[in-house]
Design a protein around this ligand. Structure first.
Ligand code: FMN
Length: 385
């Protein structure tokens, strides 16, 4: 008995016990069930087709997983979509371009889900006028009227909503197949007139890989833009459960690092620390063997173009899911802050995008294991009171 107590004291109660716990409990620091319950879709008792569709639409891809959506349901048979201006990214997305693209992704999933409920979504973008190009104001992004339509068919992409991911891990070395590239083009062209481009295993793909890598480094080495991501980083299961948004860092290794103060927001902000370097490796490693990229461009002027780009991206991501193709957006080189200006020009040049158009979504494509889902808040949390 005595010997055992001494043994525990020798262990110091800290380091080695912590290590033992991390190794012994593989579910340690697991994704909290509450944070991902949304991926099962609307609650069965929910009868309002608008709320059912909103539950699906919240699974849309969106920048930094800020879920910057608000819906006004005060009028029957109508959903009015607003930007949640408490959930912007002022440093990396100073004009709110990405946030507006994320509104489009929401609208695409919303309309797929309404169709599955038997309603056509009659969408009017910016019914009170568009935001200026440099700021988001309080006017709605869209008014969606529900029209019962017996002839509606369920779009097969609807079934992909709960399976879709932004796959951020390294991909297998093999490039996007020509058959998959063609299938993505067909689905895109059927619904969108926006230019869609690809670079697969050619010199241009190499140039784009270099641009993406340099752009990520600039963002990480610019303290105010890096801080914006770190402020939205949820470290460990408890923070994830409390926020159900943002970027997540968790698992036994992260838990262990936290016990020793190695993995904290402050350390992740500080170049040279294990946490900062680990973050850089996590972001850059997937680009080392990246062979395949795609992009969607849209007119540079007008907020509706940004919404349409978001709709097109969401469709493409859903089709890729069906095909077993992994996708990850890369936004750093598209960001409109001064330190990024050279790479912003470089990515537009490499994608041969004329001045009148802006690359709205740029993404890596390939093949990889499907990761777990990212957190989502409850649908009620976006309903305006
Ligand atoms: C406009 C926009 C920009 C995005 N930019 C990035 C990015 O730069 N890097 C990245 O890894 N993911 C990016 N994403 C993906 C989001 O991080 C992702 O959608 C979010 O974390 C939720 O995860 P999920 O798509 O797997 O549900 C972007 C998504 C959108 C719509």
């Amino acid at each position: 008995m005595m010997a055992r107590r001494n043994f525990i004291r020798v262990l110091g109660g800290g380091a080695i016990v912590a290590a033992g716990a991390a190794l012994a409990v593989p579910r340690l620091d697991a994704m909290p069930a509450s944070a991902i319950e949304g991926w099962s879709g609307p609650k069965t008792e929910e009868r309002d087709p608008r709320r059912r569709a909103i539950a699906w639409a919240m699974l849309a891809p969106n920048p930094h997983n800020m879920q910057s959506w608000l819906v006004d349901l005060k009028r029957p048979d109508e959903i009015v979509l607003h930007v949640d201006r408490d959930r912007l990214l002022p440093e990396t997305d100073p004009f709110g371009r990405q946030i507006v693209v994320g509104q489009g992704a929401f609208l695409e999933l919303l309309s797929l889900a309404l169709a599955a409920e038997g309603y056509r979504a009659d969408i009017v973008l910016f019914p009170d006028g568009e935001f200026a190009m440099d700021r988001i104001d309080g006017r709605p992004v869209a008014r969606v009227r529900l029209a019962k339509d017996a002839a509606l068919k369920v779009d097969p992409l609807f079934a992909q909503i709960p399976r879709r991911r932004s796959t951020k891990t390294p991909y297998e070395g093999r490039p996007l197949t020509e058959a998959h590239r063609q299938a993505l083009i067909v689905v895109h062209n059927a619904a969108s007139a926006l230019p869609l481009g690809f670079a697969v295993s050619d010199g241009r793909a190499g140039d784009l890989r270099d641009i993406a890598t340099k752009a990520s480094d600039i963002e990480m080495n610019t303290p105010r833009t890096h801080k914006e991501s770190i402020d939205r980083l949820r470290i460990g299961a408890a923070e994830i459960a409390a926020h159900r948004d943002g970027l997540v860092l968790r698992g036994p290794g992260v838990w262990f690092g936290r016990q020793f103060g190695l993995v904290t927001h402050e350390k992740a902000m500080t170049p040279g620390t294990t946490a900062w370097q680990g973050g850089r490796d996590y972001i850059l490693a997937p680009y080392a063997n990246a062979t395949s990229f795609g992009w969607i461009a849209a007119p540079s002027h007008g907020r509706s173009a940004q919404v349409l780009a978001g709709r097109a991206y969401a469709r493409l991501n859903l089709k890729a899911t069906e095909l077993g193709v992994a996708m990850q957006p890369h936004s750093q080189a598209l960001q409109e802050y001064p330190e990024m200006a050279d790479l912003y020009r470089a990515i537009h040049k490499a994608t041969i995008t004329p001045e009148s158009l802006t690359v709205q979504m740029f993404f890596r494509l390939g093949y990889a294991a499907t990761p777990g889902p990212a957190p989502r808040r409850s649908p009620d949390s976006i309903v305006m009171g």
